[in-house]
Ligand binder design. Sequence first.
Ligand SMILES: *Cc1c(COP(=O)(O)O)cnc(C)c1O
Length: 390
Amino acid sequence: MRKEPYQFPQDEFFSRDHFNKIKKFSRGKETPFLIVDLEEIKKSYDYLIEHMPFAKIHYAVKANPMDEVVLALKKKGSNFDVATVYELNQLLRLGVEPERMSYGNTIKKEKDIAYAYEKGMRLFVSDSESDLKKLAKNAPGSKIFFRILTESDGADWPLSRKFGAHPDIIYKLILETKKLGLEPYGLSFHVGSQQRDIGQWDNAISKCKYLFQAVAEKGIHLKMINLGGGFPAKYQAKASDLETYFKEIRRFLLEDFGDKLPEIIIEPGRSMVANAGVIVSEVVMISRKARFNQYKWVYLDIGKFGGLIETLDECIKYPIFCDKKGCAEEVILAGPTCDSMDILYEHHKYSFPHTMKEGNKIYIFTTGAYTQSYSSVGFNGFPPLRSYLI
Ligand SMILES: *Cc1c(COP(=O)(O)O)cnc(C)c1O
């Protein structure tokens, strides 16, 4: 078998300058850790404003809830989508006004609705009769937007089934809203996270148009569409660039609503922060399970419980880089814990240089979203993922 040299498509994911900065910063620090580049996040925000100038941005806090990230976006003028009273409290602590927040979780306790209302929040999502009644009782007069069910086809990390309801249910809920003393305000959807099929927004926007018209016939005029998140970050499986997404989505909106465009909200999480993060990890062990096994096992000091849970079913394929030269060798990648599901990639094979040794550093790119906040508090005694800002 001919051996190819190890090559990593570096330019797609980072510049040499950026990498050298990461390398220098990492020296002498105990791995694993996440490095978040705040400037990159600010740039993502500006990019979004430039390409979707008419949209209000509600950053989905769960993607990366670090205080510094929230503060940087607050300063830029961002609004925020929160899912719990804990996120709400964090934002209040950081001085974000409640008028700049939406409560985007369809699953809420009554006391949490009452708390959010008491703190001044007035914009809530709903997708069920039960939740709507709780809102009526605990957040009277609030603006309600309704989440439509989507299929999540084409998304690498689906958010389907659990959230949203079919338009026929939503239609009924909208008609009830006024009677309950709430304001029927708009519609929302989430086409699935890391959605690589832009057409999914077209389908969802069409459903919105249909509902806008159907309830208008009953005298209810909705004012807002929330396009959700789902915009892609740069992983191994390619997606179109964000410019194309925004261009196409503007076109879908124009086709359906013409110059009567409702207020537009977007709730980016991943696309705002993922590209800004790099996890620095170390090879703990390299071994073979049997003499003639084709693949070596490479165990890192980070795994599913340390922040890489989105490798579940190998959904998200992070760009992973080893800064050594050698022949390319496909391996199986696993984490360090004593749980046998803590395997990162077994079917999709990652290549590394054959010279890679225990103790070498491994750089996992595009890890600014859904990593640190997903890391366990102490499984097997491993501390939660440390993070630094540069
Ligand atoms: C998680 C979430 C988002 C962010 O989605 P991304 O795909 O990370 O952009 C947006 N809206 C809601 C309601 C969410 O739950």
